[in-house]
Design a protein around this ligand. Sequence first.
Ligand SMILES: Nc1nc2c(c(=O)[nH]1)N[C@H]1C(S)=C(S)[C@@H](COP(=O)(O)O)O[C@H]1N2
Ligand SMILES: [Mo]
Length: 372
Amino acid sequence: MSANNPILNPKPKSHRAEDFTHSEVQLANRNSGIALEALRHDITPIGMHYLLSHFDIPYVENESDWKLEIRGLVENPINLDMQTLKSLPQVTKQVTLECAGNGRALHKPHWPSMPWTYEAVGTAEWRGTRLIDILYNAKATSEAVEWVFSGADSGVDSGVQHVFERSLSIEMANNPDIMLAWEINGQALPPQHGYPLRLVVPGWYGMASVKWLNKIEAIDHTFEGQQQVGTYVYKKDNNDKGIPVTTIRVKSLMVPPGIPDWYSRKRLLKSGSVTLHGRAWSGLGTPISKVEIGINNHWHEAQVFPAKEKYAWSRWEFEWQAITGYHELGCRATDANGDIQPIDPPWDKSGFGNNCVQKIEVWVEDDISIKE
Ligand SMILES: Nc1nc2c(c(=O)[nH]1)N[C@H]1C(S)=C(S)[C@@H](COP(=O)(O)O)O[C@H]1N2
Ligand SMILES: [Mo]
């Protein structure tokens, strides 16, 4: 056993008063990420899918009380109850959803908010009805330029009190893949995923998929709500006018091999042949064309399996001959548009869209036996 292996010969821990703030830890406890080993599942089991809720999760006792109101600049204002919604033609779609703030805590210095490292992603099978069918019946008037989608939750962010609301242009909302969903993985939405009804906008970062959806309004101007312009804008600094955060950037993750050190999550492995595997995805259902595996910064091409559905992640695999010692592993995806993950986090003031290469530190030993 190598004496310098810090997993088996750890330095004693001591109390500390730095790094993450109390508020960040509080947010991290409310908004859970996927355990990276759950990347093994094609469909992330309910309860392992990541969660992000800005305010309080609304208490909805029974969906029979729920109403979806469609109003504003429409020819036919509509009130829909869940029973009527469920009687409409249904669609089921596998969608990989990722939070725009995923990777925020990897920045140095990092923006104080939900401190995601790699885990704000999951793939679910959503069931519902097509948004476009409902919007078609309501029929936006010629003055309408955007639809605003409202959730039942509200709170304060940066001093601004507001309901969680996001907009899509009339043109964007015509995408037939956007759903009003009431089921996840064959079950009613649990409260934390938006019971009884949510929007699912495949290929976009998660903020567009408004949970607890109770209102859709057509307006004649660009929406300037807090969740649209006060946040979810890429900015280098406070003077930057910025670019709205929209579709998901190409990304990949590896299931950490071997066994973890409980505290550091660094990995312990036995030498020999190891199958490295994981997932890769990109925005708007753009296929993954390549995944490369970095072993101490030497890159090798992995085998990529096509995604099960357009908006679901792809699986990849690579056979590695692990030799004794310390190694830094990584994975880097390229999509069909030729977009490739950067090695280092692309800078953004609020930590949005960080699709940098995941780093996993592993220690390989000859003379251990490991039961995975
Ligand atoms: N009403 C409402 N919808 C919301 C949010 C929210 O706080 N309120 N969070 C958004 C964000 S930022 C993300 S990443 C996704 C997360 O969806 P999930 O919790 O079901 O994984 O929901 C989006 N929809
Ligand atoms: Mo998010």
